[in-house]
Design a protein around this ligand. Structure first.
Ligand code: HEM
Length: 290
């Protein structure tokens, strides 16, 4: 665990005080607080279940892979353009925070190299959200500032807490012959790793640059749109997490119905045979007792 920055360091990095709602980041945090509390509860609950089942866990990783991948496609697309927003984004962007490659490595591990099973989104909300990210930020590139705040600062708090639970989970990383637990952890927990010596410093630099770029150079109506998009990011993330559970319940249900259908004739035959035996026994005892 990295030590927290001292007040003097915070001053050095020029991070705005939490109650300074002139800072766009703080304003997003304040206006999404209720949504954050909700998602925190949803993720904590579903995550506890996912830790007990590798298949559910990798479905969750896959959902976040599609989210980060599309955000990062949109960020790169914008940075290649010659616009005021491209410059703003470049001044905040930290390649080390990008999660596409780390998540791809984790998926490669959990899907045992079958990339066709995770490369493209299949569930409806995941497809819809991926398209939304690409389309909305093409038309309004400043909306990327919502994704840059919500999805990348999430890596420093919530994701860090989740990592400590993953590292302890024996069900996700069962003992495999010829492989040590450390090897397995190394291959399957890249999502949580930020490859820098000091993550608190990285967070401070990111927050400072975000603040410097967004405080004075954005008109109020654009800031409002960014705050609204941030709310949408929380709402969609929550829905996507819940969609995985609905998908699994539907799959279990259809498996159950399928099993029932395919085994129905056995059930009918068994019931018929029991009935025949029952009648035969009654008839025999009736004849013998006559
Ligand atoms: C189990 C799930 C989660 C837990 C336990 C959690 C926990 C936390 C904590 C402890 C903080 C620090 C609050 C502070 O510094 O005042 C935080 C901040 C934050 N979280 Fe989460 N979080 C979770 C999920 C998420 C998710 C899924 C998102 C994004 C969709 C998210 C986005 C954020 C953002 C944007 C911040 C503000 C960061 C900043 O301004 O430095 N969190 N979270």
């Amino acid at each position: 665990m990295q030590p927290k920055l001292s007040p003097a360091q915070k001053l050095e990095f020029n991070i705005p005080a939490k109650d300074d709602v002139g800072a766009l980041g703080n304003r997003i945090n304040a206006e999404t607080k209720a949504l954050h509390d909700q998602i925190n509860a949803v993720v904590t609950m579903k995550f506890a279940l996912a830790l007990r089942n590798q298949k559910v866990y990798r479905q969750g990783l896959q959902a976040f892979y599609h989210i980060y991948r599309h955000i990062e496609i949109a960020l790169e697309r914008e940075m290649e353009r010659d616009t005021e927003y491209a410059q703003m984004i470049k001044n905040i962007y930290q390649p080390v925070l990008c999660r596409t490659e780390p998540l791809r490595k984790d998926l490669f591990y959990f899907y045992e190299g079958h990339s066709e099973k995770y490369e493209n989104p299949i569930l409806p909300l995941q497809i819809e959200y991926a398209q939304h990210i690409l389309e909305s930020t093409k038309e309004k590139p400043y909306l990327l500032l919502a994704y840059m705040h919500v999805m990348y600062l999430a890596l420093f708090a919530g994701v860090k807490l989740l990592n400590s639970q993953v590292m302890k989970s024996l069900k996700l990383f069962p003992k495999i012959k010829g492989q040590s637990r450390d090897d397995a952890l190394r291959q399957g927990t890249n999502f949580f790793k930020l490859d820098v010596p000091d993550t608190e410093e990285l967070r401070a630099v990111y927050k400072r640059d975000y603040e410097l770029q967004t405080r004075n150079d954005l008109p109020e109506n654009i800031k409002q749109e960014i705050v609204e998009e941030s709310k949408f990011v929380f709402i969609m993330t929550g829905k996507i997490v819940k969609e995985i559970e609905s998908h699994n319940i539907a799959k279990l249900q259809s498996n159950f119905n399928y099993q029932l259908k395919t085994n129905l004739h056995y059930v009918i035959t068994a019931v018929l045979m029991i009935s025949v035996c029952y009648f035969a026994r009654n008839m025999v005892s009736h004849i013998l007792l006559k």
